[in-house]
Design a protein around this ligand. Structure first.
Ligand SMILES: NC(=O)c1ccc[n+]([C@@H]2O[C@H](COP(=O)([O-])OP(=O)(O)OC[C@H]3O[C@@H](n4cnc5c(N)ncnc54)[C@H](O)[C@@H]3O)[C@@H](O)[C@H]2O)c1
Length: 348
């Protein structure tokens, strides 16, 4: 997108994001976004990397997630408030900016609540492409809230997984998820317990929201050979898996310094061995290496994934035109005459 003037910034509202995603197709968006994330993870060494800046409060967290590859810069504002749904608000909302490093000018401002669900699901399925057992068919999805359908569709689009076993402490959430996925080619079973949900599953996704050390899975529930995609534990004091599962698993993380603080591995010692996912993408470390191995993607969400998602949206704006033009940056005729511009506005 090249707006006629650099001070006019393309803005993707929630409405535009929905139109854009529907115009392209959710499965295509997830597949293509996973390719963008994979490209950026392959370019890992060229990125500025920092654990996100988190502001914790009693009920939740507000985070800023910046990164840059030297050409583009991005940041996301995102919250996590598990209690919100009881008041009719979402657990996770977000927006973000992509900017041109050379000028420092923003080139895109976007809603990122929908985009975060898309990129998290794309990232989960991308990790599973390297880590899940071969020919995985059955996905257990524990926690059937806002992220859940996106997760299911990404695993179908990217890995062809169509058998879905749902569990949520709120049964209405599972039924809503099942209903939303009707007609998309899934075979869905709504289960009564998490134990029942993981029966026969090749991949187990935990994507629950609770601000505590929860135990969604205990050690005795998890058999050899499965891949666990642990998405919901993403804050200090907020985890989903019993520690003993971690001790039996080969653990893959996004950015170690951030995951040590926020991920399931906050339950382990700071020197417990983990593999960063970029190493697997670039071929310097192995993904799954045996049928017996339990692989764990300890997902917390990293800034590069948001960078990739914003980069993807920006590329798609050219063909879809689903954006508004935002008068975001002051633009005096003479760049140093900012106050003069104000005076001329007063006169006018
Ligand atoms: N890793 C990442 O990149 C990433 C990205 C987005 C969200 N998240 C996290 O994923 C989680 C889910 O997000 P969401 O937007 O879907 O939240 P949500 O509040 O919309 O849904 C969470 C669901 O989990 C269910 N749940 C809570 N405790 C449970 C339990 N013990 N067993 C089964 N189900 C349980 C709730 O009933 C609810 O339906 C949050 O914790 C969020 O912080 C992580």
């Amino acid at each position: 997108v090249t707006p006629h003037k650099l001070n006019i910034v393309p803005f993707v509202s929630v409405d535009s994001m929905m139109k854009l995603v529907l115009a392209i197709g959710v499965e295509t968006v997830l597949t293509e976004m996973a390719q963008y994330i994979e490209q950026d993870y392959a370019n890992w060494k060229n990125f500025d990397k920092t654990a996100r800046v988190a502001s914790h409060s009693h009920d939740g967290v507000i985070e800023l997630m910046p990164t840059s590859d030297g050409n583009l810069y991005s940041f996301k504002y995102v919250n996590g408030h598990p209690k919100n749904t009881k008041q009719g608000l979402q657990t996770v909302t977000a927006f973000g900016v992509l900017a041109d490093v050379a000028s420092g000018y923003p080139v895109l401002l976007s809603e990122m609540t929908i985009l975060t669900a898309l990129r998290t699901a794309a990232m989960s399925a991308l990790a599973a492409k390297y880590l899940a057992p071969k020919n995985a068919q059955t996905l257990a999805l524990i926690g059937n809230g806002a992220q859940s359908e996106f997760q299911a569709i990404a695993f179908k689009a990217i890995l062809g997984m169509k058998q879905l076993r749902l569990y949520d402490i709120d049964r209405a959430a599972s039924h809503r998820c099942a209903k939303n996925l009707e007609g998309m080619g899934f075979s869905v079973t709504v289960c009564n317990t998490s134990q029942e949900a993981i029966e026969g599953a090749h991949v187990i996704t935990t994507v629950t929201a609770d601000k505590q050390y929860a135990t969604i899975l205990t050690d005795n529930m998890v058999g050899s050979g499965v891949h666990i995609n642990a998405v919901g534990g993403d804050c200090p004091g907020k985890t989903e898996l019993h520690k003993d599962i971690l001790l039996r698993s080969d653990i893959f993380v996004e950015f170690t310094p951030q995951t040590r603080i926020e991920g399931e591995i906050q339950q382990l010692t700071a020197d417990h061995p983990v593999t960063e996912f970029w190493q697997v993408v670039s071929g310097t470390a192995k993904g799954r290496s045996s049928d017996q191995q339990i692989t764990l993607f300890d997902s917390v969400g990293f800034a590069i994934e948001d960078f990739s998602a914003l980069r993807y949206v920006r590329d798609k704006l050219v063909q879809t035109k689903h954006f508004d033009e935002l008068d975001l940056i002051a633009d005096p005729d003479e760049p140093r005459d900012l106050f003069g511009m104000l005076l001329r506005a007063a006169a006018a």
